[in-house]
Ligand binder design. Structure first.
Ligand code: SF4
Length: 490
């Protein structure tokens, strides 16, 4: 299906009214048809209740939609996409996109691609050659191959690895190690499912065609499905970062986030700030669920928490606020892994690990090897990762997880470039895609500058500079000049 963009301008005249966009294509001329339909009957409800009704009404469609969080215009609201089983569980969660849709009165975009034109491939032979090279790299890498680490344990395989490295943020970023980590790790999910289902369960694809298949499900004690997917970030933010080590509680917190349309990373870091403020004890899962339900109900406390970590920290008087540019940090402690801290500080998105995933060389020894605790050379490392990511993964639509297989495999990397050239009819090389990435970053920076961001915003929170983090007892000691050099030398 070929859609470059949907542009929805302005706001509805009637406040509080929500609409559904139904997008189809006319078979006779392959042109799109757009219908606006009232969506009021779906407002105020949980998404896992509403999506089945939409499938019943519209048939085999795909849906992007907002939940209660987007209706309330919370800063912490994402957009829910259906997975291959129709679960509203795949989120572009970060940055408050749900509130952007909500402010337009746009509740759902329902796409029926039956008669839609498909992407044209300029050079099919080159595309197929690239696809074969990439597939071979993915099928032979220990992380990405069938029954490999991601297919078996999911992204939560990182819990034990980051805990061992002393870089798993714990109890609102007060430690890099969590005693309960093994109880919540990907290995525990695999073994727990095996016990409850009486058989091994390997993971599934979140989108058509993926051969890594890293998306997991967690099952209740009676064998019924509780939630999909328990990603590393969600598992950590609602687990270790809140001091919670019970997978059933973590699964329920994730289920509620999906049902309300909330970003799990921001929700977990917000709950941890609330715990530090004394609204609950760290580790109190029952109270964490109650606080999350306040967000769904839209109570005054819920509205404070629904607007994310920074709003909660300011309102509740918590100094240890792990945010950059208003967005909370994900599951890697910058005091224990310096390069990712530079990415958090300098990316235009606010604290975003996916913008330049230096964890690969710093912790996983993929794409090189770098000492995580040393600040030396990390500005350049972060810049190179950010440039490469902007084009090769973010703009081409490849999942970031192929990086594990292609960073150390020249043929796999060529395969990605061949695929891009095959689709577009271009002649990009490894060098030229990196330059395109740098150009994308310059445009993003220009956008941010026009919106009022300066170098002052490219900094980590103050407490990370003076509060040593156990177990390594290190602070974030990357000088400001190094942070400024990331884009100064782009
Ligand atoms: S590897 Fe990427 S595309 Fe595949 S299931 Fe995992 S997240 Fe989805």
């Amino acid at each position: 299906m070929r859609i470059r963009a949907l542009v929805v301008e302005s706001q509805p005249k009637e406040k509080g009214k929500f609409w559904l966009v139904h997008l189809t294509w006319d078979k006779s001329d392959s042109k799109p048809r757009v219908e606006f339909l009232p969506a009021d009957e779906y407002v105020g409800k949980e998404l896992d209740e509403v999506y089945p009704k939409l499938f019943e009404r519209f048939g085999k469609v795909n849906i992007a939609g907002i939940g209660l969080a987007g209706e309330y215009l919370y800063s912490n609201s994402g957009v829910a996409f259906d997975d291959l089983k129709g679960r509203p569980s795949r989120f572009p969660g970060r940055g408050g996109l749900g509130a952007v849709m909500g402010s337009r009165g746009l509740k759902f975009i329902v796409v029926d691609k039956t008669d839609a034109p498909w992407v044209e491939i300029a050079d099919k032979a080159l595309f197929d050659q690239g696809r074969k090279k990439l597939t071979e790299a993915l099928r032979t890498n220990d992380l990405t191959k069938p029954k490999g680490a991601l297919n078996t344990y999911g992204t939560a395989v990182l819990i034990n690895i980051m805990n061992e490295a002393g870089g798993l943020p714990t109890k609102n970023f007060s430690s890099g190690r969590f005693a309960g980590a093994p109880e919540t790790a990907g290995e525990a999910i695999f073994e727990g499912n095996k016990e409850r289902l009486g058989k091994e369960l390997y993971n599934h694809a979140c989108s058509p065609g993926c051969i890594i298949q890293c998306s997991n499900t967690w099952h209740k004690a009676d064998g019924s499905e509780h939630v999909s997917c328990v990603e590393y970030e969600s598992d950590w933010s609602l687990g270790a970062n809140c001091g919670i080590e019970d997978l059933d509680i973590i699964a329920e917190l994730i289920r509620l986030c999906n049902a309300y349309g909330l970003d799990t990373i921001e929700t977990g870091t917000t709950l941890a700030v609330a715990m530090e403020a004394g609204l609950a004890e760290f580790g109190d899962g029952k109270k964490a669920i109650e606080l999350l339900m306040e967000i769904g109900k839209g109570t005054p406390l819920g509205r404070i928490l629904g607007n994310g970590t920074e709003t909660a920290a300011k309102t509740l008087g918590v100094v240890r606020c792990p945010t950059v540019k208003g967005q909370s940090m994900p599951a890697y402690e910058p005091r224990a892994v310096k390069g990712i801290g530079i990415t958090y500080a300098t990316t235009t998105m606010g604290a975003d690990h996916t913008a330049g995933y230096t964890i690969a060389p710093e912790v996983l020894s993929v794409g090189g090897k770098a000492d995580p605790l040393s600040p030396e050379g990390k500005a350049e490392l972060s810049r190179n990762f950010q440039s490469a990511t902007a084009y090769i993964f973010d703009s081409s639509g490849h999942c970031l997880f192929i990086a594990f297989a292609v960073l150390d495999n020249a043929s796999g990397f060529e395969g990605v470039i061949d695929e891009i050239n095959g689709v577009l009819g271009t002649q990009y090389t490894t060098d030229s895609v990196s330059k395109l990435g740098a150009e994308i970053l310059r445009k993003e920076r220009a956008f941010n500058e026009a919106a009022g961001f300066t170098r002052v915003h490219d900094r980590l929170p103050e407490f990370m500079k003076y509060e040593p983090l156990p177990p390594h007892n290190t602070v974030f000691d990357v000088p400001d000049e190094a942070l400024d050099a990331v884009f100064g030398k782009l």
